[in-house]
Design a protein around this ligand. Structure first.
Ligand SMILES: [Ca+2]
Ligand SMILES: [Ca+2]
Length: 390
């Protein structure tokens, strides 16, 4: 009997996982309210990868890079437009033939440490070759409902082959709420209604006028001789009417104890301080309420300063006959003394106030009619008041 070896066919199924590494375009980092970005494209080669950092280009058709030129060529694709031998370049495109839509995009990231509430975009639309209607349609991502359509240019410029026509475009976007860490981009999409040869370019792109809301960079409070000095600083301000200083004894219920004018709108550091001359014994919680001109407000964080719980006394009557009553604000922790001096400054009576006392009554027997000064003295306590014995 012939035996046939069992042939095992091992099918190695190779699963190939294609990992598509999608390149995230580098973003231009907005670092603060004084930030501005200018791009003149003077070093732009018009070749693949030659755009400045933060810029990218995409094609709806075939990618075509034509290098540098003055607009005399009707070849579709990306161009670094400029007059030969002139250093001035612009990032351009000519929508003709296979490239289809050519889109230049610039991307930014908010690293200002605060939300951005407004910014300005400026650029020059340049026409380098003209045969019919073409232009840039400008769109944005990441800026919410901000309308950037006025940055679009539908090609009414008529410059050709280096006799460039420039149309300055500018747009201030306000009312933004661009979070720290958020990104946004602007895209310049070439449009060509009838397919003629139209060369257009972006040049002298500027992003500036970054405004942040009132940006508190520090708040502190210190006890100086039983007064509390509250200090704070802002890095920038937008429409800042004033700061209201609020105090609380429990950290929950706050009352206004004063106000300090704001700087309005400022891009410089501003220093502020406020002195609470009558802090509460014990814990004092403070916060700032920053109020805009339109009434919108925002609270700072809460800070706490502790003041020694020294007794402040209530005493009555000031026209006394038999007794003086003392009410301490809090129970005293250690025994104190009440010294009574006559009009000549002579010590005429001394009473001990036991630790734990809250209300005390002192007899005035033995004192003649006249004016006296009572001095409450104990650990950390010195408090004088006058009274008259009738
Ligand atoms: Ca330029
Ligand atoms: Ca130019």
């Amino acid at each position: 009997m012939t035996s046939f070896p069992i042939s095992k066919t091992l099918c190695l199924v190779a699963t190939i996982t294609a990992i598509l590494l999608q390149e995230v375009p580098a973003q231009i980092s907005i670092t603060g309210s004084g930030f501005s970005y200018t791009q003149d494209f003077e070093n732009y080669s018009g070749t693949n990868g030659g755009l400045p950092t933060g810029w990218s280009v995409t094609f709806s058709g075939a990618a075509t890079y034509n290098g540098q030129g003055n607009g005399s060529s009707g070849t579709g694709g990306v161009w670094s437009y400029g007059v030969p031998s002139d250093a001035d370049r612009g990032a351009g495109a000519l929508r003709s033939g296979t490239p289809g839509n050519i889109t230049h995009t610039v991307s930014f990231i908010n690293n200002a440490g605060s939300i951005i509430t407004s910014l300005r975009i400026t650029y020059n639309f340049e026409q380098w070759r003209y045969s019919n209607t073409s232009g840039f349609t400008v769109s944005q991502t990441g800026l919410g409902s901000a309308n950037v359509s006025t940055l679009s240019q539908n090609g009414s410029a008529t410059g050709t082959n280096g006799t460039v026509t420039t149309i300055p475009k500018t747009l201030l976007l306000s009312g933004l709420s661009l979070a720290n860490g958020a990104t946004f981009s602007l895209s310049f999409i070439t449009t060509d209604v009838t397919g003629g040869d139209n060369g257009i370019a972006i040049d002298d792109f500027v992003l500036d006028n970054i405004t942040l809301p009132v940006e508190l960079v520090g708040i502190s409070a210190m006890n100086e001789n039983e007064k509390v000095i509250i200090s704070w600083q802002t890095a920038s301000e937008l429409n800042n009417s004033h700061f209201s200083i609020e105090r609380s004894s429990d950290g929950a219920h706050f009352w206004e104890i004063g106000a300090v004018n704001g700087a309005g709108t400022s891009f410089d550091f501003q220093d502020y301080s406020f002195t609470d001359k009558n802090p509460l014994p014990g814990k004092n919680y403070y916060r700032l309420r920053q109020v805009d001109f339109d009434g919108n407000f925002e609270f700072s964080k809460i800070i706490m300063v502790e003041i020694d719980a020294r007794p402040t006394t209530k005493h009555y009557p000031s026209l006394a006959t038999d007794v003086i009553n003392l009410e301490l604000a809090t129970e005293i922790e250690e025994a104190a003394e009440l010294l009574i001096f006559d009009n000549m400054g002579r010590l005429v009576a001394k009473h001990i106030i036991e630790a734990g006392a809250f209300t005390v009554q002192f007899p005035l027997s033995g004192l003649q009619a006249g004016q006296y000064v009572a001095s409450l003295q104990g650990q950390g306590i010195v408090e004088n008041f006058r009274f008259v014995k009738q």
